[in-house]
Design a protein around this ligand. Sequence first.
Ligand code: ACM
Ligand code: ZN
Length: 527
Amino acid sequence: MSINIIPKPNHIILKDGVFNLNKSTKICFEDEIKPVIRFLKQYLNEASNLELQITNEPVENNVIRLSLNDAVVNLGKEGYKLSITHSRIQMEAMTLQGMFYSIQTLRQIVNDNPNELPCVEIEDKPRYEYRGYMLDVCRHFFDKKVVKRMIDLAALHKLNIFHWHLTEDQGFRVEIEKYKKLTEIGSKRKETIIGGKSDNMPHGGYYTASDIKEIVDYANERYITIIPEFDMPGHFLAVLASYPELSCSGKQLEVGTKFGVIKDIACAGKESTYEFIFDVLGEIIELFPGELIHIGGDEVPKEQWIECPHCQNKIKEEKLKNEEELQGYFTNRIAKFLKERNKRAITWNDALKSGNLHESVVVQHWLDGDNHKNTVKAINENRKVIMSDVHHVYLDYPYGLTPLKKTYEYKPVSEVIQKDKEKNILGVEAPLWTEYVKDLERIDYLTFPRLSALSELGWTDEKHKNYNDFTTRLKSLNKLLDKLGVNYATRSQADVKGLKAKIEVYKHVKQVDNLLSVIRQLFINNK
Ligand code: ACM
Ligand code: ZN
């Protein structure tokens, strides 16, 4: 018998014997466990077809017993202890979140062995406090059902963050009470142009405040915090199409129809830009109870700021050196607004280039040339950082470029990070950008199994990781994903090599607008 759990538990001892799960098995728990019991019942029912009964009697045998217990304090707030003997299953955790993870572990064990569960002793807790998945719903819009499904699949992997990329050049996807045009105009584009060719198809969609509340509650029940992203000052075209006065030139623009980096950005010189952003963020923070709010900061071309009298005036007034420092000033003002409301800003690592980014701002690493010099320096200077390296954990690249093994073997902690600074890495996140992802089938294919690998980067200590062992366990997980209707890439698709890999990359590159820049990024920069 073997036990196949992803992410791999950090302490696991397989014992002799089995526990027979049958229709007489009872579930026994204290009242405080109630919020997670329905998940246990649902998962056991899915795996073994049993409708187990609940009991308050002190049953000794053939029982699944759950208790919140300070005795496992050493496993922290996300840890749990799960022990299976021939007579009982005992689940202990300090918090409901830890208990929820023990239920996810039991779900995988039962899925593998529906009636005879191997006896085992598991004491488990995560390596990192931040384990995330990001979905871009702007390049292509995905409805509530898809979002909830991805939250469920993230929960199966013991992820605790869903980063929701909600605003972009090509669409603004959250209804804002004070600025209705953001969705009336900004949520729709008239066509999508790829490689100079239009699809002649309008595309749009957005979430109302009530949709968002529903999804936030859904995630919360699964111990997942949602981090909304309002990307600024770049990737701002859908806002500018709705409120043109917020750009440097003020001229009328359209919601983006092409992908890539767009030079029309928010004017950082006009006070009205800040007032607008504060109003919008004021509404966003009412919708999302989590502490972290992502404010983008990636890919900000500075041409328009160089030409703009408002921006140049701001640089003089604030005694800034240049346009990079203006981005730092802009970001710091937004971060201060959030901090005063007990929130904390995250930006992509591009914002580090300003050199004056406030120390409270969390940085998400994705692409940072010169051996990640800025990111490494930031970590060594005690900035909190999330690792999402573009060449390892970005899910939008074909497997020919980012095979499963490469994702699995990513080391968020490199040797250039000082030992005592490793604690500044909060964790890892895998983003899925959707320029070329139009449907759920493609979301699934690109996400799995790479998200399974990412979950292990976030949860399992380096010393317990092993790629061959992971791929063996993946076979069991994939059986569960089959039942859930997930269109994952198979092992041979995910570890594609040789000519097949080259063909896959060629097909991908062919559909991307700026062929040269893609080739440069993918082949030359691919360290
Ligand atoms: C990014 O991929 N532009 C953060
Ligand atoms: Zn300006």
